[in-house]
Design a protein around this ligand. Structure first.
Ligand code: MG
Length: 167
């Protein structure tokens, strides 16, 4: 097995949608960035790529490339999933922690897990997502931005061959 960690931050701003884990969340602010700025999916992708020993998303999907302007991060996650398969790995499990003072994210957690799991063609049981605040401290506490940490374990694809029941 191989372990990976990903971390990302995006600034909250007016006039942008708030997309987390591929789900649009009603809020007066959204995350700023070149793509849809889905900080959760970005942290997850960097954990997956790191575990596989592949370049990070900044190298694979540079923000200097117009092809990625406004793109759904789920499209990028699909490409990352394909790269993992090519490298001979499948996700064992991932655990993701989003740090946001507002809005309250718990009502959207299951929808995020489903969106990410469908994109990766795995069971949502392999993906855990938690949300926390930092008690009003720091840039997440002031509402300046949202941060996300992700850790994951990758397993060799060949170990999965007896697990065909998974979609
Ligand atoms: Mg990012």
């Amino acid at each position: 097995m191989r372990i990976g960690h990903g971390y990302d931050v995006h600034r909250l701003t007016v006039g942008r949608k708030l997309i987390l884990g591929g789900v649009e969340i009603p809020f007066e602010l959204g995350l700023d960035g070149h793509s849809d700025a889905d900080v959760l999916t970005h942290a997850l992708m960097d954990a997956l790529l790191g575990a596989a020993g592949l370049p990070d998303i900044g190298a694979l999907f540079p923000d200097s490339d117009a092809a990625y302007a406004g793109i759904s991060s789920l499209v990028l996650l699909r490409q990352v999933t394909q790269r993992l398969e090519q490298a001979g790995y499948a996700l064992g499990n991932a655990d993701v922690t989003v740090i946001a003072q507002r809005p309250r994210l718990r009502p959207y957690i299951d929808a995020m897990r489903e969106a990410l799991a469908q994109t990766m063609k795995i069971s949502a049981a392999r993906l855990n997502i938690k949300a926390t605040t930092e008690e009003g401290l720091g840039f997440t506490g002031s509402g300046a931005g949202i941060a996300c940490h992700a850790v994951c374990l990758l397993e060799p694809l060949e170990d999965r061959k007896e697990q065909q029941h998974e979609k």
